[in-house]
Design a protein around this ligand. Structure first.
Ligand SMILES: Cc1cc2nc3c(=O)[nH]c(=O)nc-3n(C[C@H](O)[C@H](O)[C@H](O)COP(=O)(O)OP(=O)(O)OC[C@H]3O[C@@H](n4cnc5c(N)ncnc54)[C@H](O)[C@@H]3O)c2cc1C
Length: 396
């Protein structure tokens, strides 16, 4: 009997799983013993990591966008747009509905639908939403606003955790400092402030390094500063505890949550995310225990860090476990929390050497002391091109 794997969300994680399974099971697919289907609400993939660089002209929109059909193996059935937009998920009857009305059933389900920004969660934020976090247009406008100013107070605020890639706002702040200093040559006309919702910025060695560099670069940091509200008319924001900060330009990272269809389908936990076993990534939650349902990427539990690097490792584990399930091997590959945070502390310009490092860690082993390097900068810049042809295609 033909087995069916259904992947919902053709972003980073879902695409890697689809491509790895298509390669492993090419003969079964050719014999019509297995069907792999991937669904997404649109047909274009965006490498969101590139949003951090767009304001500074380091990548163009074309660099970070590809048509999904060019990324997914032709052995995989695809449905994008209304035919792929998931509107209901029923884990007990093993059925997924889409906007066009069609219903898909499955033997194995992979849920990889990412996270979404929710600016309305902070009163007043939607009236003053300059963010590089959610779209190419938003990131481009942030760059235009920076270039339109010749002096003032620029505040970067991370409203709440968890967010995808918690290191990205720190990286953005360092890039902003470097851009003003080395490209626009007007850094001394600006006060830069980073408002951070927690006490530490990442694991201990990460926190130590960025804390020292923020001080060295004269960037003020206010920690334990979750964003409470924004008053656009007064150009004033306040923390949840009522501390106020004034700004000329506010660049914010809104709170994030999972897609509405996940909570509407009754499969999310009390924190709003899709719960799973932290090691096997199998669904464990209000809809019961489902060994045939895997959760990966940004829609996963709040206590698994949401990064592209983590999503990639999770996709490798889920692919291997689906391969084991389908062959009936009865073994499980563990996800051990492998994740990472690429940090950039200086951009490469005629007057500055690029400095970057990709710190990695897992559940049990935090990063060792590290130092950003020029080689790290070049590796990071290169990665954005490898992303499409190697990472997303599941080749490593
Ligand atoms: C500004 C920014 C910078 C970042 N920088 C880095 C970085 O430097 N390094 C790093 O490792 N990570 C970084 N990340 C995080 C990284 O982009 C994410 O962790 C990664 O994309 C998660 O992959 P995913 O597959 O879970 O989600 P996504 O890639 O977001 O894919 C989710 C997919 O689900 C689809 N979908 C949503 N709702 C529906 C629906 N109802 N029906 C059908 N499909 C649906 C979406 O269209 C999307 O294609 C950054 C993120 C941001 C926002």
């Amino acid at each position: 009997m033909k087995e069916k794997v259904l992947i919902i969300g053709a972003g980073y994680a879902g695409s890697v799983v689809a491509n790895k399974l298509a390669r492993e099971f090419r003969k079964k697919i050719a014999r019509d013993e297995l069907e792999i289907t991937i669904l997404d609400r649109d047909d274009t993939s965006i490498n969101q990591g590139g949003f951090t660089f767009l304001p500074f002209g380091l990548y163009t929109p074309e660099d970070i966008v590809r048509k999904r059909r060019k990324l997914i193996s032709p052995r995989v059935n695809t449905a994008f747009g209304d035919a792929g937009e998931v509107t209901s998920i029923d884990l007990n009857s093993k059925e997924v509905g889409v906007k066009s009305g069609k219903r898909y059933n499955y033997d194995y389900l992979v849920i990889a639908m990412g996270a979404r920004a929710d600016a309305d969660a902070v009163p007043g934020l939607a009236d003053e939403l300059n963010t590089f976090y959610t779209s190419i247009e938003g990131a481009t406008q942030v760059g235009e606003k920076i270039r339109s100013m010749d002096k003032g107070d620029i505040v970067v605020s991370v409203a709440a955790m968890p967010i995808p890639c918690p290191g990205a706002p720190v990286k953005f702040t360092f890039l902003l400092d470097s851009y003003l200093r080395n490209v626009l040559k007007n850094r001394e006309q600006f006060n830069l402030t980073l408002l951070w919702p927690m006490e530490p910025i990442g694991p201990p060695e990460f926190n130590k390094l960025v804390s020292g560099l923020l001080k060295e670069k004269n960037i003020e940091v206010k920690r334990s500063f979750p964003l409470g509200q924004v008053d656009a008319a007064k150009k004033e924001l306040s923390s949840k505890e009522g501390e106020t900060v004034n700004y000329d330009l506010l660049i914010a990272v809104p709170p994030h949550k999972p897609q509405k269809v996940l909570s509407d389908s009754g499969i999310t936990d009390e924190k709003g995310w899709v719960p799973c076993d932290r090691t096997t990534l199998q669904y464990r939650g209000p809809a019961g225990n489902h060994d045939n349902v895997y959760i990966l990427g940004d829609n996963g539990p709040a206590d698994i860090l949401k990064t592209g690097i983590g999503a990639h490792y999770q996709a490798l584990v889920v692919s291997q476990n689906l391969i084991n399930d389908i062959y009936g091997n009865n073994t499980k590959a563990p996800y051990e929390g492998e994740t990472g945070c690429p940090i950039i502390t200086e951009m490469e310009t005629p007057s500055s050497a690029g400095q970057a490092y990709i710190a990695t860690w897992n559940y049990g082993v935090m990063p060792a002391p590290f130092k950003p390097t020029k080689m790290g900068w070049y590796m990071y810049r290169m990665y954005y091109y490898l992303h499409w042809d190697m990472s997303v295609k599941g080749l490593f």
